[in-house]
Design a binder for this molecule. Structure first.
Ligand code: SIN
Length: 485
């Protein structure tokens, strides 16, 4: 085991159920690997369906008194938890890089990003307002908001910290309890988070963390147990659809943050340097493993060649390596299988006529690394145009007109994030309104934060996370008719 933490107590390998650290009921554990080295960094308890049920029942019990507290008291817990995360930023970042691979500077950034949701919802949770509706003389129609109930969350490996706090913070803020299954690749960040929550005074049962080697036992219980009133998931569209089907039997509410196929549309009139810088950071952040990362660069014919040249020159400066080394700018891909999937997509595009400007192969750094890749000569009829790549591969498509750019951007079943570079105000509005996406970055690709409603349309999902809108996902609206007045 090679992780060096200032506070060794943050490296937890047991599940956290009903306020207790426990082993898996059947004694099963699973290895957590450092994707940069392939080394096993921890063996983590794998929970059963029975333990998931126990956590759900504990959540129901804990929620009874939690929801009855004044919002201010719930907020105080989130504030304390927020502060402990800030105090332990470096350890949380080291844990994250060790299990996920992203460079340390990105992990430090994600810890701060994750903490920001606790702070935001600690404040926003105090502002859950209802309504009194215009009514007839003998009655008053009142609308109140109440916590949706016990929430089950399933979170991904690409953001092992922030995708958890983005869900648990609003849930706890409004009075819900939560059971969480973190990704099998990255349970350590989740367990460290709940350790800090416990230190902040988390009541037993309110938030249980259920690592598991396989998704089906825990996920099956979460989606079928009638106590669970809502399932929130971040991950692939395929898994999201399956969870929605499983939730249908007990008519659970769902929030789904699913796959993307983000276009970065660069018009001739754009500031070229800003467009290149924005596309680069969006494409290669987390080695291209984000749902909102640039998946298709759509560049207008007049600046296409200049864009490709500048983009390639910048990519050549990347330093690929182990994320724990400060000099690393880009880390590994999560698994060897993911590397193989990415390479298969590049191979297919090349077979269909794409040209490799840079990369296009597994890196000499090792079997978990894929070279940052740029493809030109790509067209709308290629399979790559429709697929989420989820790796460091930038296909650069050419377009002629604004209308064509909008059509190309919309030619996908996904609709999460999109980006437009132009200095024409009319075009900013036409394109922003004409493309079917939940989020549009204009002359900006770093669009995420706790204050914005993050989410997609079409098969990219439903619901919004963060911002004042993010509370609604954890609230039910109740109408009370006060009659006979
Ligand atoms: C994601 O890729 O799912 C999340 C990215 C973000 O929150 O910025």
């Amino acid at each position: 085991m090679s992780i060096q933490l200032k506070d060794a107590g943050l490296l937890k390998t047991q599940a956290y159920i009903d306020g207790q650290w426990v082993d898996g009921e059947e004694g099963v554990t699973f290895p957590v690997l450092n994707p940069a080295t392939g080394e096993t960094i921890a063996e983590v308890a794998s929970v059963t369906a029975g333990q998931t049920r126990q956590a759900i029942e504990a959540a129901e019990k804990a929620m009874k008194s939690w929801r009855a507290l004044p919002a201010k008291e719930r907020s105080d817990l989130l504030e304390r938890w927020h502060q402990l995360i800030l105090d332990n930023q470096e350890d949380l970042a080291v844990l994250m890089t060790a299990e996920q691979g992203k460079p340390l500077f990105e992990s430090r950034g994600e810890v701060m990003y994750g903490a920001s949701f606790l702070k935001w919802f600690a404040e926003e949770g105090k502002r859950v307002y209802g309504d009194v509706l215009p009514s007839t003389q003998d009655r008053r129609s009142i609308v109140i908001k109440q916590p949706v109930g016990v929430v089950a969350a399933i979170t991904p490996w690409n953001f092992p910290n922030a995708m958890i706090t983005r869900k648990v913070a609003p849930a706890l803020a409004v009075g819900c309890a939560m059971v969480l299954k973190p990704a099998a690749e990255t349970p350590l960040s989740a367990l460290a988070l709940v350790e800090l929550a416990e230190r902040a005074g988390l009541p037993a049962g309110l938030f249980s963390v259920l690592p598991s080697a396989t998704a089906s036992a825990v996920g099956g219980e979460m989606t079928s147990n009638p106590i669970v009133k809502k399932v929130t998931f971040t991950g692939s569209t395929g898994v999201g659809k399956l969870l929605m089907k499983q939730c249908a039997d007990t008519v659970k509410r769902t929030s789904m943050e699913l796959g993307g196929n983000a276009p970065v549309i660069v018009f001739d009139d754009a500031d070229l340097d800003k467009a290149v810088a924005g596309a680069l950071v969006s494409k290669y952040r987390n080695s291209g493993q984000t749902c909102i990362c640039a998946n298709r660069l759509l560049v207008q014919a007049g600046i296409y060649d200049a864009f490709v040249e500048k983009f390639a020159a910048a990519v050549k400066e990347f330093r690929i390596g182990n994320g724990l080394e400060e000099s690393t700018t880009h880390g590994p891909v999560i698994t060897e299988k993911a590397v193989a999937d990415i390479h298969a997509k590049v191979d297919a595009a090349v077979a269909e006529g794409a040209e490799v400007v840079l990369g296009g192969k597994v890196s000499e750094q090792g079997s978990h690394f894929y070279e940052p890749t740029i493809l030109t000569g790509v067209t709308q009829d290629m399979s790559l145009f429709k697929e989420e790549i989820f790796g460091p591969v930038a296909p650069i498509f050419k377009f002629e007109t604004e209308e064509e750019a909008i059509d190309m951007a919309n030619d996908t079943e996904f609709g999460l994030a999109s980006y437009v570079y132009t200095n024409d105000l009319g075009r900013i509005w036409r394109v922003s309104e004409g493309i079917d996406y939940g989020m549009v970055g204009v002359n900006e690709t770093m669009i995420s934060s706790e204050i914005i409603p993050f989410g997609g349309v079409k098969e990219s999902g439903q619901g919004r996370e963060g911002s004042k809108y993010g509370l609604d996902d954890y609230l039910e609206t109740k109408y009370i008719c006060l009659g006979g007045l």
